[in-house]
Design a protein around this ligand. Structure first.
Ligand code: IMP
Length: 431
C-alpha cells in the first residue's frame, strides 16, 4: 500500500477525519505528527458521531495501530479522557495507541497562558482554541518543557519536576498577568497518577516506526489544521503554532521523506475559517449565515460559529504548491445542493491589480478582494450518489472546474457524513 499524507488545504475543518477514516483501511499505522487537542476530527461510524482531538482517526479500524508523534503537544489529562471515552464506546485503544517519548507535555499552565494572552491581545486576538497550543510550543522551542518520556521517570522525580515547572509558571502568572497561582502539589500528584496509566503507551519513536522506515509497514499521516494555519506558510500571525503543511510530517515523526508517499489535500467544496485573520472569500450577513446553517458550521473543539465563504482557488493553488499535492478530496459537496448558483474566487484584486498568487504578507492578504466566477448549481440532493456517474451534470462540472483550475486530480468526493457517503474517483473527474 502506498503511504499517504492527508493535509488540510484550507483553514482546517475540511473533513480530514472522515477522509482518514475512509482511506484508513488496510494501513498498518495512522500517524498524527503536529498540533494537539486544538484539532477536532469528526467521524461518523454507524449511527454514532465521534469527535477526536488527539487520538488519530484510524482508531476505528481494528487492525490499524495509531501513533502520536514527537511533533505534537499533548495534554495528558485530555488524552486520558479521550481514551476513556473511546473505551466506554467499546473501541479498543490499549496496545493500539503509541505516543512518542519526545512529544511535548502540554500542562494546565499552558492553557491558562493561552487564555490570558488572548485577553491581553484585545482586538488583535488570534481566536485560539484555548487548548494551550502556542504556549506549549513556546516552551518546546525555549527547551524548557517536559516531554512524554519524563512520565517514565521514577514517580518522585516526576512529581518534583512537575512542581518545579508549575511554580515557575505561577511566577509568570503573578508577575505578568497578575493572575492566581495554580495548585502545584495537586496538579503534580494528578500527573503522577496519569503517568502510571499512560506509561504503557510511551515508546521510542525511532524503534516504534522502524517498520515504516524500512518499508515493511504502511502509514497514513493525519495532518491537523490546514495549510493557511501553518506557522510558517499560513496567514501569520493568525495561525496555529505548528507546521500543518507537509514538512510537519517529517519533523513531527523523524521519518525520512521517502516514507511519506503521496500527499493528498482535503478541501471543503466551499471555505470556512474559525478564529480571526484574513479570509478573502468570506460571506457576511445572510449569505454567510445560509452556508453556516446548511453546513452546520460550528467548531468541533470550541463550538464557535465558523466564518463561511466561497471556494478560493488562489488559496487552493497555494496549498497545492506548498504541499506538492497529487490528489484532492472535496468534502461537503452536498452542502451546496440547494444553491442555484455556486461561486469560486479565481483571482484576487489588490488595490485595483489582479493577483493570482496568495499574498502571504498580512497587510496584503487582509486587503484583497475576490474575483468571483459563477457556476450553475445542481439543485438536487447528492447524499445517495456513490459513483461519479450518479452526480448531476452541474455538480460534475463544478468538480471538473476545480480539478482543471488546481491542476490536480480530484480523487474523492464526500457527499454526506457517513463512511459510505463517498465517491472515489482515482482517475479524476474530468471526462
Ligand atoms: P490554536 O491552534 O488553538 O493556537 O489556534 C490558532 C488558530 O488556529 C485559531 O484561529 C484557531 O481557531 C485555529 N485552529 C486551531 N486548530 C484548528 C482546527 O483543528 N480547525 C480549525 N481551526 C483551528
Amino acid at each position: 500500500m502506498e503511504n499517504r499524507v492527508i493535509i488540510g488545504g484550507q483553514w482546517g475543518d475540511e473533513g480530514k477525519g472522515k477522509v482518514i477514516d475512509a482511506l484508513g483501511e488496510g494501513y498498518d499505522w495512522v500517524i498524527r505528527y503536529q498540533g494537539g487537542a486544538n484539532a477536532g476530527h469528526t467521524i461518523q461510524v454507524g449511527a454514532r458521531e465521534h469527535v477526536l482531538h488527539l487520538v488519530p482517526s484510524g482508531i476505528f479500524r481494528e487492525a490499524v495501530r495509531c501513533y502520536l508523534g514527537n511533533g505534537m503537544v499533548i495534554d495528558p489529562w485530555a488524552l486520558r479522557d479521550e481514551i476513556l471515552a473511546l473505551e466506554e464506546q467499546g473501541v479498543r485503544v490499549r496496545n493500539r495507541l503509541h505516543v512518542s517519548s519526545a512529544a511535548q507535555l502540554l500542562m494546565p499552565y499552558h492553557k491558562r497562558f493561552d487564555e490570558l494572552r488572548e485577553i491581553q491581545r484585545k482586538r488583535k486576538s488570534i481566536g485560539t482554541t484555548g487548548r494551550g497550543i502556542g504556549p506549549a510550543y513556546q516552551d518546546k522551542l525555549a527547551r524548557a518543557g517536559l516531554r512524554f518520556g519524563d512520565l517514565t521517570a521514577p514517580l518522585e522525580k516526576l512529581e518534583r519536576a512537575a512542581i518545579e515547572h508549575i511554580l515557575e509558571a505561577n511566577e509568570v502568572l503573578a508577575k505578568t498577568f497578575d493572575a492566581e497561582p495554580l495548585p502545584a502539589k495537586v496538579l503534580a500528584e494528578e500527573l503522577v497518577v496519569l503517568a502510571q496509566s499512560l506509561r504503557p503507551l510511551i515508546v521510542d519513536g525511532y524503534s516504534a516506526l522502524r517498520g515504516v522506515r524500512e518499508g515493511r509497514e504502511s502509514a497514513l499521516f493525519e495532518g491537523a489544521q490546514g495549510t493557511l494555519l501553518d506557522i510558517d506558510h499560513g496567514t501569520y500571525p493568525f495561525v496555529t503554532s505548528s507546521n500543518s503543511t507537509v514538512g510537519g510530517a517529517l519533523t513531527g515523526t523523524g521519518l525520512p521523506a521517502r516514507c511519506l508517499g503521496e500527499v493528498v489535500g482535503v478541501f471543503k467544496a466551499y471555505c470556512t475559517r474559525v478564529g480571526n485573520g484574513p479570509f478573502p472569500t468570506e460571506l457576511r450577513a445572510e449569505e454567510g449565515e445560509q452556508l453556516r446553517t446548511l453546513g452546520r458550521e460550528y467548531g468541533a473543539t470550541t463550538g464557535r460559529p465558523r466564518r463561511c465563504g466561497w471556494f478560493d482557488l488562489v488559496a487552493g493553488r497555494y496549498a497545492v504548491g506548498v504541499n506538492g499535492l497529487v490528489g484532492l478530496v472535496i468534502t461537503k459537496l452536498d452542502v451546496l445542493d440547494a444553491l442555484p448558483v455556486v461561486k469560486v474566487a479565481e483571482a484576487y484584486d489588490l488595490d485595483g491589480e489582479r493577483r493570482d498568487d496568495f499574498p502571504i504578507r498580512p497587510d496584503e492578504s487582509c486587503r484583497v478582494r475576490p474575483v468571483l466566477k459563477e457556476l450553475p448549481g445542481w439543485e438536487k440532493p447528492l447524499g445517495k450518489c456513490r459513483r461519479l456517474a450518479d452526480l448531476p451534470a452541474n455538480a460534475r462540472k463544478y468538480l471538473e472546474y476545480l480539478e482543471r483550475s488546481l491542476g490536480v486530480l480530484v480523487v474523492g468526493i464526500s457527499v454526506g457524513k457517513s463512511r459510505e457517503q463517498m465517491v472515489m474517483t482515482p482517475t479524476g473527474v474530468t471526462a
